[in-house]
Design a protein around this ligand. Sequence first.
Ligand SMILES: [Zn+2]
Ligand SMILES: [Zn+2]
Length: 144
Amino acid sequence: MTGLCDVRATGGCLCGGVRYEVRGPLRDVVVCHCSRCRRTHGHAAAYAACRWDDLVLGEAAPLRWYVDGDRRRGFCVRCGASLLWRAPDRDTVSVAAGTLDPPTGLETVAHIFVADRGDYEPPPGEGECFSAGLPPGWPAPSRG
Ligand SMILES: [Zn+2]
Ligand SMILES: [Zn+2]
């Protein structure tokens, strides 16, 4: 955890136990309204994303992975914050946008699993809407 490299962003959990750096481009924010994200985050989940290799966790970070089928959700064992989402077949990792230190320089560009959103949720605002996941090849702009 030094400032020597080209750190694009930093972030962490509520208690500060988990800190991370992103040393590469960050994708703009996609909000997932699926029931799994809702039950993890307590609401729809806003995620940026970066290459897995570009994510550097602080030393001795109290991060554990909750395995949900073939997906993994990284959380802080101390404060319970949900920070990361990972699918093993992808070389990227989703980073909970609310855990990034501001200013993020990001925008919300899409909403996914809109058809599954909570019945209390208003229709999504800004960004493209998809009833299920992101279509393959959907342009995922990165901000370097
Ligand atoms: Zn924590
Ligand atoms: Zn989701």
